[in-house]
Design a protein around this ligand. Structure first.
Ligand code: SF4
Length: 397
């Protein structure tokens, strides 16, 4: 069976020494990914999320700078890129040309008008505007902060491209509207009184009923599905409401399709994916607030295969315990089953993180079979001679 290599650097170390630290492991992961396939003067888009207002739990400039330096060492021209708002105030969160080592440019122009119409042909979405910077670059380094996420349960490399790689009109209405293409409610089975009962049954306000139009909408983005099911209980004996996988998985599938269109813009040897499993939060970097960390730090994984790097990330998180005492109280239906993936415990089985790679593999983006190669594991570095000289006095003395 074909498998892809995924290089893993653990946050854990075997010695207090620079060679054993995550910073050095990132350097070695880059060695193993082999940036030498970049050529002089290649224009390299480093796509990452730069956060939003106070949402600063993104990839620290310290690591970003290291990646940028290694790209520059090849003679290529890197630049960081993200949506215009995130770029405009990136300095508030520590990202500047001085700190990161390269320019920071808006992915789709200052008014989100720099984009290219791209065929999507999925459900009601025929076309979306691919962000111009990703369309026009020669190479791509996909740097992703891994976290949980309310729409899809898990977000990292695929969502960084499949949502973050498209202009505002596609991101906000087409991609986020895709849930609505699968009906959840049968109006013919439901009286207005029963519909109002359904709306009132949801503790999260996900169900809205318009009596004048006899129209009920379900906001899947905020729904905790199998962890909750209060509305389905309220619908007992009527059966007008459906809580099924198809409606929830549309979001992951459009991400896979959108990502594929972006990756097709590049030669295969010009694409690199690096996921940071650090400071993992319950939801998006774009929320604009500091959030609690709900999974212990794990480290960094890198691969040339986007499906493999995502599968390895999801599996590594699956081995960790959810930090239950850090889960915010507005998760009213946290699943107590410790055998579930921690992100399913947060958002329900219909938002399983494994849907991300299921659809990415289905659309031919790579393979879920991977070989995890740990770089400088603690069991190895504990036996290595430490050469690091750490601070013992004033630096400028
Ligand atoms: S499953 Fe729960 S969260 Fe989802 S719509 Fe029903 S009541 Fe609301």
């Amino acid at each position: 069976m074909v498998s892809s290599k995924v290089f893993f650097g653990s946050i854990n170390h075997g010695k207090i020494a620079q060679f054993a630290s995550l910073a050095n492991k990132l350097d070695v992961i880059i060695d193993r990914l082999d940036f030498s396939t970049l050529t002089k003067k290649d224009k390299v888009a480093v796509k990452l999320h730069l956060g939003f207002t106070d949402g600063a739990q993104t990839i620290p400039p310290f690591y970003v700078r290291r990646v940028v330096k290694r790209i520059k060492d090849t003679g290529a021209y890197p630049y960081l890129t993200d949506n215009p708002s995130a770029v405009y105030n990136a300095a508030e969160r520590g990202y500047t040309q001085e700190t990161c080592g390269c320019p920071i440019i808006p992915i789709s122009g200052i008014k989100e008008l720099y984009g290219y119409e791209t065929e999507i042909n999925y459900r009601n979405v025929d076309k979306m505007n691919m962000a111009g910077v990703l369309h026009d670059s020669d190479a791509l380094v996909n740097l992703s902060h891994v976290k949980s996420q309310n729409n899809v349960g898990y977000a990292a490399a695929l969502k960084n491209l499949g949502v973050g790689g498209y202009n505002g009109d596609a991101r906000f209405s087409k991609i986020h509207g895709i849930f609505n293409t699968v009906p959840a409610w049968d109006s013919s089975k439901c009286t207005p009184e029963h519909a109002l009962k359904l709306a009132e049954s949801c503790p999260y306000g996900c169900i809205r009923y318009d009596k004048g139009r006899h129209s009920l909408s379900l906001s899947r983005g905020q729904c905790y599905n199998t962890n909750c099911m209060e509305c389905i209980k309220a619908d007992d004996n009527v059966g007008s409401l459906k809580m099924e996988a198809e409606g929830f998985e549309t979001f992951q599938e459009i991400i896979a399709i959108g990502t594929k269109k972006i990756l097709e813009r590049y030669d295969k040897d010009k694409i690199f994916h690096i996921n940071f499993l650090m400071d993992m939060t319950p939801t998006c970097d774009c929320m604009g607030v500091v959030q609690p960390q709900i999974i212990p730090d794990i480290g960094v994984v890198g691969s040339r295969d986007i499906v493999a790097v995502e599968q390895a990330s999801i599996d590594l998180i699956g081995k960790e315990e959810l930090l239950v005492d850090k889960v915010p109280p507005y998760f009213k239906h946290l699943n107590p089953d410790k055998k579930l993936h921690p992100f399913e415990r947060l958002y329900g089985k219909l938002k399983s993180p494994y849907n991300a790679t299921k659809y990415a593999e289905k659309h031919g983006l790579g393979t879920r079979n991977y070989e995890l190669i740990e770089i400088l594991p603690p069991s190895e570095t504990i036996n290595m001679k430490a050469t690091h000289v750490y601070e013992r006095g004033p630096s400028f003395a």
